[in-house]
Write a protein that binds this ligand. Structure first.
Ligand SMILES: C[S@@+](CC[C@H](N)C(=O)[O-])C[C@H]1O[C@@H](n2cnc3c(N)ncnc32)[C@H](O)[C@@H]1O
Length: 298
């Protein structure tokens, strides 16, 4: 595999977008690293001749810490074999637009080698949620919940904006990642391990903000009027079935065309936004931002 040099790196799209992960130990990163690179150290025992690289890469480079798969990513390090192995490992997991580089301080163009830690991350919150941030109630309106939170990007993003957040998933590993992300950002997220398909498993709230992103359990959507506080907002965004599209979940885990709004009847909700479009990675999706009406009679 061809690793990139400083000469190639300057024009690489990941360099320009700042999606660069430094695989070297954190202390080495602090002493000096390519400008904009984020420290994602691969454990010291991971050497190209090591026996269990996959486990080490899985711990160091989980998808929740990386940019969305459709965006470019550049890995940098000081061991060509290790960088190449990490690139291959991520390519094997479906990340197409990824390259590796071994970059030395002494060769760096002026200003492209910097010291310190930095506070950037490579992951992004769900694009639909971020695009509709101005429709969300403020953090003072009450607590927020993220159903099927996965690695916790959205929960941590909300916590960083001042919300008191509960993140629910049935996978302990997902919740551990969520806690790792929260710790990395210096915020608190309450994690709850629950199978949300079990009767009564959804924490009662009332919630000022409820997210269900790429997690579709129809009875949960139907229960939102009971889970949300009056004036509370739900943000739901998930895959929409299309017969000709590969890489979608099974049909029962996809919304049908027009289905999402059925969970948000006009008698109970104000629809602040609704789209049937495609995710940034090209997959069909539907999304809604809906506010539970305040019942003046009660
Ligand atoms: C595709 S991921 C989406 C994660 C996150 N919401 C996001 O948008 O990146 C779906 C998540 O739902 C969780 N999940 C699936 N079934 C669940 C269940 N029955 N109860 C709780 N969580 C569940 C999975 O573990 C996974 O983390």
């Amino acid at each position: 595999m061809k690793l990139l040099s400083w000469h190639d790196v300057g024009t690489h799209p990941a360099w320009r977008s700042g999606d660069v992960a430094d695989l070297r130990p954190a202390a080495v990163h602090r002493e000096g690293h390519p400008r904009g690179a984020v420290s994602l150290p691969v454990a010291a025992e991971a050497r190209p001749d090591g026996s269990d690289l996959a486990a080490v890469f899985a711990a160091a480079l989980p998808a929740a810490l990386l940019p969305p798969r459709h965006l470019p990513l550049l890995l940098v390090g000081d061991e060509p074999g290790l960088v190449a192995a990490a690139v291959r490992w991520l390519r094997d997991r479906g990340r197409g637009w990824i390259d590796g580089a071994v970059l030395q301080a002494q060769d760096a163009p002026a200003g492209d080698w910097v010291t310190g830690e930095g506070d950037r991350v490579l992951w992004r919150p769900n694009a639909f949620l971020a695009a509709h941030a101005d429709l969300l109630p403020g953090p003072d309106a009450g607590p927020a919940i993220d159903f099927g939170c996965g690695g916790g990007r959205e929960a941590v993003w909300l916590a960083g904006r001042g919300y008191e957040v509960t993140a629910v998933d049935h996978l302990p590993d997902a919740l551990a990642l969520c806690e790792r992300l929260a710790c990395g950002r210096g915020v608190a997220v309450r994690t709850l391990c629950r199978d949300l398909t079990a009767a009564g498993a959804a924490p009662a709230g009332p919630w000022a903000l409820a997210l269900a992103l790429r997690f579709l359990h129809r009875p949960l959507l139907a229960a939102l009027p009971e889970l949300l506080a009056p004036g509370g907002v739900a943000v739901v965004r998930t895959f929409r079935f299309a017969p000709d599209v590969a890489l979608l979940p099974k049909r029962r885990y996809c919304l049908e065309a027009g289905e999402l709004l059925e969970f948000f009847p006009a008698s109970r909700f104000d629809i602040l936004a609704h789209v049937e479009d495609r995710d940034p990675d090209g997959r069909p999706a539907a999304g809604v931002v809906a506010r539970l009406r305040v019942n003046r009679d009660s």
